[in-house]
Design a protein around this ligand. Structure first.
Ligand code: MD6
Ligand code: FE
Length: 216
């Protein structure tokens, strides 16, 4: 990997390698974080956050929305990608160009080979207490394109496991502006998010996470 991330800034953090094909770019999206949050507000004014029902019949503590050609949905029938928002019957909002540009720059900075642009983007919103249990992302057809995940707002503890649910996992903090990428041999790792907590002096209400993928 020969990433020259922030080549002009001697204090910029180095890409952190978490696996053969998994890289954490701390603070990579900090400069545009406010714009990304404004984009999320615009998207979710049309495709509102909702608490999806899992196939097991439970309401997810994380509120979700999507943008792109395909959006991630869950109900009693299972998890899948759908081209329309089931709440409105309308297509999902487009992925903002700013997000696609960020994804492209992050792939380059993390040393990933050129690959197709994402066509699906899941947007998660965590209020304090919301969590995401260990899972794999395996509903996408193209694992050759890494998932690009952007963290915004409140920090969270991310669980980073192996290819089997019972494998041991590591934990790491994901903070406002961090970008995590993973693909290839690391694409099927189990992962999750511990219940989000809010420091008494932290005025942010939520953690947001954007994950862009190639689903079709
Ligand atoms: C989250 N992220 O950080 C949930 N999945 O809120 C994910 O589930 C995820 O960050 C695949 C790849 C990157 C991710
Ligand atoms: Fe995931």
């Amino acid at each position: 990997m020969t990433a020259d991330l922030f080549a002009d800034d001697p204090h910029a953090p180095k890409p952190l390698r978490l696996g053969e094909e998994a890289v954490l770019l701390r603070g990579f999206a900090l400069g545009e974080a406010d714009a990304l949050l404004a984009d999320i507000a615009a998207i979710t004014s049309r495709a509102p956050f909702r608490h999806m029902i899992t196939p097991g019949g439970k309401s997810m503590s994380v509120a979700t929305s999507s943008c792109g050609d395909l959006g991630w949905v869950s109900d009693l029938h299972g998890y899948r990608y759908a081209s329309a928002d089931p709440l409105s019957g309308q297509p999902w909002p487009k992925i903002p160009k700013r997000w696609l540009d960020l994804a492209e720059r992050a792939k380059q900075a993390a040393g990933f080979a050129a690959s197709s642009a994402p066509d699906a983007c899941l947007i998660n919103r965590y209020a304090p207490g919301a969590r995401l249990s260990l899972h794999q992302d395996r509903d996408e057809r193209d694992f050759g394109v890494p998932i690009i995940s952007v963290s915004l707002g409140l920090p969270a503890v991310f669980l980073w496991g192996g290819n089997r649910r019972a494998d041991p996992y590591r934990t790491m903090a994901l903070s406002h502006g961090d970008v995590l990428l993973w693909g290839g041999v690391d694409r099927l790792r189990f992962h999750g998010v511990r219940p989000v907590t809010q420091d008494a002096l932290d005025r942010r209400m939520y953690r947001f996470n954007i994950t862009m993928r190639k689903a079709a």
